[in-house]
Write a protein that binds this ligand. Sequence first.
Ligand SMILES: [Zn+2]
Length: 157
Amino acid sequence: MTKHSQMTEDSQAANVVSEADRAKLRKLATKAAEQAYAPYSKFRVGAALLLQHGAVVTGCNVENCSYRLTSCAEQGAVARAVAEHGPGIRLRAVAVANLNEAASMPCGACRQTLAEFGDDSTLILYPGEGGAAMETTLGQLLPWAFRAEYLNDKKKG
Ligand SMILES: [Zn+2]
């Protein structure tokens, strides 16, 4: 897949994600889920990240026959975002979707992964019960996240 188009300039300037962009992110996440490699769980997940400067990067879950090596859609998208846009990426919004008509939000591991590149205000879009378009923030999903700043000057032993 190639990189997706930039989001609107208006939404970048105000750091607000418009309804149109939210819908677009959900659609791109759903499209990414179609690429999922999920032969074991059959749970096909996609993620679409809206980066600080408006670029969108997608990912899907990739399972492994050893099971524990499975990587989530969000983690795949973050790795791809860093590879394509560098280590300075910041997350404005994250959309998650699945093809199983299931309610799903980022798992615990993914919340920590997203916290590395997002902040408490990062918008999280996810499917709720019955396909409802739900949203929350990373700060709501992972309050008191462990952050890199805690590593500073704490190495005395
Ligand atoms: Zn996950």
